[in-house]
Design a protein around this ligand. Structure first.
Ligand code: HPA
Length: 250
């Protein structure tokens, strides 16, 4: 981690207050958000995990957003790419080590809740970890956080209220619900979607959960927003494709 910290600090000598992870199809807003962006390809950062999925650019973008020093992650790595759970959380941990206290996550997700529609935004109120993996397995780094972190307010109530106020302010409809993280990479079967609905999930995706767990462990405040890219398997009588997910994000 030390060599990554040194590399990024040499190119951008600021302390980010916040890290924002841009999910599938959402990376393009990065360039428009910051006044003075410094773009660092993931490939240039020593030992940094590389994205392999179409639509995940793989860039560490730092700069100021309304005067606040932030880091935007254009593209994330997933466990379905073959990365270990603790590797998936390296970008988040680097941002934390540089000073970020708040994590904002975005993702593309399939709607399990049938009252949702493609293009809806869903504020994540809570998550279900159905990935079968946890990034905190193994030796606990006591300096980073506790062995058994509390997850009862994983998605900060304070930030959720702020997000709802901001959505109301700009008349942007914002749904709310529970995000279930699955390992992927195959989409779910209709039977799995019925099960996930019975569990209380409103949207399903293949990311976000590991980063939230690592962030909560490290004492960060987390806000998560899903963009509904498709209705989950079996809801409509049509097959699911990655292209559809990308299109909705854009
Ligand atoms: N299932 C799982 N992950 C997803 C989906 C889905 O339907 N849509 C976008 N990511």
């Amino acid at each position: 981690m030390e060599h990554m910290i040194a590399y990024v600090q040499r190119l951008w000598p600021h302390q980010p207050r916040m890290v924002l992870i841009l999910g599938s199809g959402l990376g393009d807003i990065a360039a428009r958000m910051l006044t003075d962006p410094v773009v660092i390809p993931y490939a240039h950062i020593p030992s940094f995990p590389q994205t392999t999925v179409l639509g995940h650019a793989g860039e560490w973008v730092c700069g100021h957003w309304h005067g606040v020093p932030v880091v935007l992650l254009r593209g994330r790595v997933h466990m379905y790419e073959g990365y270990a759970p603790d590797t998936v959380t390296v970008p988040l941990r680097l941002a934390r080590a540089l000073g970020a206290q708040t994590l904002i996550q975005t993702n593309a997700a399939g709607a399990i809740n049938t009252s949702f529609a493609v293009g809806d935004l869903m504020l994540i109120t809570d998550h279900i970890n159905a990935m079968g993996r946890n990034p905190l397995v193994g030796n606990n780094e006591d300096a980073l956080g506790p062995r058994f972190p509390d997850m009862s307010n994983a998605y900060s109530k304070r930030l959720r209220v702020m997000a709802q106020q901001a959505a109301a302010h700009c008349a942007c409809p914002l749904r709310q619900g529970v995000y279930v993280g699955v390992l992927g990479p195959s989409f779910e079967t209709p039977a799995e979607i019925r099960m996930l609905r019975a569990w209380g999930a409103d949207a399903v995706g293949m990311s976000t959960v590991p980063e939230t767990i690592a962030a909560v462990h490290a004492g960060m405040d987390v806000l998560g927003i899903s963009c509904v890219s498709n209705m989950a398997a079996g809801i409509l009588d049509q097959p699911l494709t990655h292209e559809e997910v990308m299109e909705a994000g854009e």
